[in-house]
Design a protein around this ligand. Structure first.
Ligand SMILES: NC(=O)c1ccc[n+]([C@@H]2O[C@H](COP(=O)([O-])OP(=O)(O)OC[C@H]3O[C@@H](n4cnc5c(N)ncnc54)[C@H](O)[C@@H]3O)[C@@H](O)[C@H]2O)c1
Length: 338
């Protein structure tokens, strides 16, 4: 059956609001059960401990396609309620999905048995059961070029560039619902170690090809800045949603600090919500127990939860939001240290 583009891009993906439901009683019940319910309850308890620990800086790692799936507001609420001090993510989440929506575009409810050839003809991209208007994505690509064009030529960390993206939204789309904008307002740094592997990559290639004097993204500077945050923090806790590049980048700051001759303990707390397991020896499913052999994560307060994040992340965030320990935390405003 043939559809037209308007028919296919009709129903928006809506973002779940963790303030509207209280996951505490459910998670409390999970604690006395088994398997992943008990693991999730322990992860919730560890996040709560991080929030109560006055010495702990909390780093949120985001991989996969979380914003297109309806989890954007969860991230905004964590930033807004001072439950995150730094974010490490992918260009896909930060640019293609969050910044894209910040510009006023949406993700749409699609279906997995769609005719992908027809989608291609209509310039509709598919992420599993979600549709995106490729023409709107091109506007997003071009906006990243416009931002790059406006910057003084030179090498920037992705954090510095993403700060400019936040500023762009603040100046041009002030009412936008975007975690890039929220983090900009709250001075929470966002790092993307593989930044060009995203919509921004297209914009930056265009920018560099057109301009003799241009900007570039310096991923070593990212690593240096994130390591500075690690060194400045007495203790750290990592909250990982999915695995991928953000997971290792954060873990490696402990080793980087050591190589630079700085005092920095292993990450004291670590939780990960993931579908990957350890059998393939790959990073995404590697356990924190394994990471401790590399001197990266302490084994006392760690928990892996094996489940898909659209199910578990809202529960984790709703739990800590309703427990309310965030009310007693001071914002770290790490963007100010650079
Ligand atoms: N995700 C996209 O749609 C997309 C689109 C364009 C570019 N990219 C680029 O691809 C590169 C790799 O991205 P990545 O690191 O996110 O890789 P990825 O999407 O493969 O995710 C890494 C791992 O995280 C776990 N994971 C992902 N989603 C999950 C979920 N919903 N629940 C539980 N676990 C989950 C899985 O174990 C997965 O193997 C990045 O540079 C990114 O910018 C991604």
């Amino acid at each position: 059956m043939k559809y037209n583009k308007k028919d296919l891009l009709k129903r928006k993906v809506e973002h779940i609001d963790i303030k509207k439901f209280n996951a505490v009683p459910l998670i409390d019940s999970y604690e006395d059960m088994a398997f992943q319910s008990r693991n999730l309850a322990r992860a919730c308890d560890l996040y709560e401990r991080m929030l109560k620990d006055k010495d702990c800086s909390i780093i949120l790692c985001l991989a996969g396609s979380l914003v297109s799936a309806g989890l954007k507001k969860v991230i905004i609420d964590l930033i807004d309620h001072n439950m995150v001090d730094a974010i490490v993510s992918t260009g896909a989440i930060v640019v293609d999905q969050d910044f894209f929506e910040g510009l006023g575009f949406n993700h749409y409810r699609g279906f997995i048995d769609a005719d992908d050839n027809q989608l291609r003809d209509l310039m509709i991209d598919r992420i599993y059961d979600t549709f995106i208007d490729e023409e709107e994505l091109r506007i997003c690509d071009n906006t990243t070029k416009i931002i790059a064009d406006s910057m003084k030529p030179g090498a920037y960390s992705s954090r510095e560039y993403i700060y400019e993206m936040g500023k762009y939204l603040d100046e041009n789309k002030n009412n936008a619902e975007s975690f890039v904008l929220e983090a900009y307002k709250k001075e929470v740094p966002i790092f993307c170690p593989a930044f060009s592997d995203s919509s921004a990559g297209f914009g930056l290639v265009h920018h560099q090809t057109e301009k003799k004097e241009h900007i570039s993204i310096d991923s070593v500077k990212d690593f240096k800045e994130l390591t500075q945050i690690k060194v400045k923090s007495k203790e750290t806790g990592v909250v990982m949603i999915g695995g991928g590049v953000p997971k290792n980048f954060v873990q490696d700051t402990v080793v980087a600090a050591d190589i630079l001759g700085k005092e920095a303990p292993m990450h004291k707390y670590a939780i990960q919500l993931t579908v990957a397991d350890e059998r393939d020896g790959a990073l995404s499913g590697s356990t924190f127990k394994e990471a401790s052999s590399w001197g990266k994560v302490d084994q006392s307060f760690e928990q892996m939860v094996y489940s898909e994040a659209t199910l578990t992340f809202p529960l984790l965030a709703s739990y800590v939001y309703h427990k309310g320990s965030w009310k007693n935390r001071k914002p770290k405003k790490f963007n100010q240290i650079f």
